[in-house]
Ligand binder design. Structure first.
Ligand code: FAE
Length: 526
């Protein structure tokens, strides 16, 4: 080694040593500065998705002080912009080194507390939202009211008339649900995929329907005219929308905060729950920073506890606390879990000679195919966008089927994680429906099954709608109060027994409204 190289190498080694030392010092400092806090609060809500946001608003309006613990980040407060599909960044994944979209995960990431998480089980992967607003931050905003006949079948004990005349209209209003203008849909090049999808469906003999959404379509029209910054027309959706989407932070949660009675603590992950002798609860909570590093251990004591951590989060808390702290859980906890019949599929060579499904696509779906009344092949499917920045002549569909065979969620003490009793046998009928649909579409319109997408064109393992495990009226009383407990309530997707026949957040919100209204009336929170 010559003298120049020797000096350069030594300098690099010395600076590397000091860098390492200062990193170790900072890590030690972070460890030493971990605080342990013990706080008493009357009501705690875990999770800030649909069930949590509704509960918070109605309790705060009734004059109750509420603390909400949310493991994800408060993005509005943090002021960090969301990424789009073509350039995944900080918001695109929950502490992962690679992007976690349903396909095309070619992007490396620096771990950050992003808004999209994927929970991997043996036969199924489940995507969930993380952050203040829960799933509303990542979802496509499709705001679909279930068919009344199916709602009655799934919830025979609920007063369907009251739901269809009161709770569903109420939540559509609160969530700011609106419908795309038909002329805009007809003219806008970003909706070619919907127009082609509907045309092809009609040719194949299927019935289509307009799908309402919480995305502000008047804003989208302005985006198109370049009067405002673009969001849906700039490939923003599952990693967050910077504009246009009325996620919960802009609706229920904002209203709840305006009462002055709600405190939201973000980056606070509840680990386990203990039941105390006086029937109150103690929560063991970890506060983390945006790279997932533990900054404080905290303990919250509360008289009343609402679990709104989403289907998988709520089941994890209940079953893990049961395994580790002997926390009492009813025998029905974990039962009647379902994927809401989610089944992804797609077609290639869709109108290749006339511009395919369009190079530019809005991320917000507005069209659906309704085959629910077909006794042999009942399904509903979203005509989904595939905004890749170029025309790939591919049509994407997320089918929602009935769930004939339900699964079960249990807790494995050795691996300290949830186990999902769910395999191919649970999705047999869903696959048959997808095959039937694709064949009929191809026969009428040309095209092939998308063999390169998913598993040879069939995504049985893709789930956006985990539901059930804490079923209303079975694991809980008729208003979501858990059996075997006096001060514990579940208000989220886990109340729905595995299926609701359409995208679920309108139903989750309506059921939460119904439950919290009645719980307050019954003086559960005095
Ligand atoms: P959820 O919204 O999941 O909120 C639970 C919250 O609890 C999250 O913010 C978690 O971070 C937090 N949490 C969990 N564990 C803990 C813990 N231990 N400590 C503290 N916080 C915790 O619950 N549905 C539709 O109706 N229309 C759509 O267009 C649609 N598109 C979707 C697209 C994607 C990519 C995904 C993933 C889902 C989509 N969904 C859609 C489903 C919908 O977002 C979901 O059913 C609801 O968000 C579930 O609401 P929950 O109140 O149950």
């Amino acid at each position: 080694m010559d003298r120049k190289n020797f000096i350069r190498t030594s300098a690099l080694a010395i600076s590397g040593f000091y860098f390492l030392q200062s990193e170790l010092f900072r890590a030690a400092e972070r460890k030493n500065s971990r605080i342990t806090e013990n706080t008493d609060v009357p009501i705690v809500i875990i999770g800030s998705g649909y069930g949590g946001a509704v509960s918070a608003l109605r309790l705060c309006e009734a004059g109750k002080k509420v603390v909400m613990l949310e493991m994800g980040l408060n993005w509005e407060k943090a002021g960090i912009p969301f990424s789009n599909l073509l350039k995944p960044g900080k918001s695109s994944a929950w502490l992962k080194k690679k992007s976690i979209a349903p396909f095309m995960n070619i992007f490396s990431l620096t771990p950050f507390t992003g808004i999209l998480d994927r929970l991997d089980f043996e036969h199924i992967n489940i995507w969930v939202g993380r952050g203040v607003g829960g799933g509303s931050l990542v979802n496509g905003g499709m705001a679909v009211t279930p068919k009344e006949s199916y709602f009655k079948e799934i919830f025979p004990d609920l007063d369907a008339d009251k739901f269809y005349s009161h709770y569903f209209p109420l939540v559509r209003e609160e969530l700011k649900v609106n419908v795309i203008d038909e002329q805009f849909l007809k003219d806008c090049p970003y909706y070619k995929f919907t127009r082609v999808g509907e045309e092809e469906a009609h040719k194949a003999g299927f019935k289509t329907m307009r799908v309402p959404n919480v995305y502000d379509f008047k804003y989208m029209e302005k985006e198109f005219r370049n009067e405002v910054p673009r969001s849906a027309l700039n490939t923003e959706v599952i990693y967050g929308n910077n504009y246009g989407k009325n996620s919960l932070d802009k609706t229920y949660l904002r209203k709840a905060l305006e009462t002055g009675n709600l405190e939201i603590l973000d980056l606070h992950r509840v680990q386990t729950i203990q039941l105390n002798d006086d029937k109150s609860y103690t929560l063991n909570v970890q506060q983390i920073d945006t790279s997932g590093i533990l900054v404080a251990d905290k303990v919250f004591n509360c008289k009343k506890l609402i679990l709104s951590a989403g289907t998988m989060g709520t089941l994890q808390l209940l079953l893990q606390s049961h395994a580790e702290n002997n926390f009492p859980v009813h025998e029905k906890i974990g039962k009647k879990w379902g994927n809401n019949g989610n089944f992804m599929t797609g077609r290639n060579w869709v109108k290749p000679l006339s511009g395919g499904t369009g190079a530019k696509q809005s991320t917000i779906p507005v069209g659906g195919i309704d085959n629910w009344e077909d006794p042999e092949h009942p399904f509903f499917t979203e005509i989904a966008p595939l905004p890749m920045g170029m025309d790939v002549a591919t049509a994407l569909y997320l089918l929602i089927n009935r769930v004939d065979k339900k699964g079960e969620v249990t807790y494995n003490k050795t691996s300290q994680s949830l186990t999902l009793n769910w395999d191919k046998s649970n999705t047999v009928k869903m696959k048959e429906n997808a095959q039937y649909f694709i064949r009929k579409m191809n026969k009428a319109n040309g095209g092939t099954r998308s063999h390169l997408l998913f598993n040879n064109g069939f995504g049985a393992d893709i789930c956006y709608h985990p539901l059930g495990g804490c079923v209303l009226g079975e694991a809980t009383n008729e208003f979501g109060k858990l059996k075997n407990h006096e001060n514990l309530y579940v208000l989220d997707g886990s109340l729905i027994p595995g299926t609701i026949g359409v995208n679920p957040f309108v139903t989750i919100t309506a059921i939460a409204e119904y439950c919290i209204e009645n719980l307050i009336k019954q003086n559960e929170f005095v």
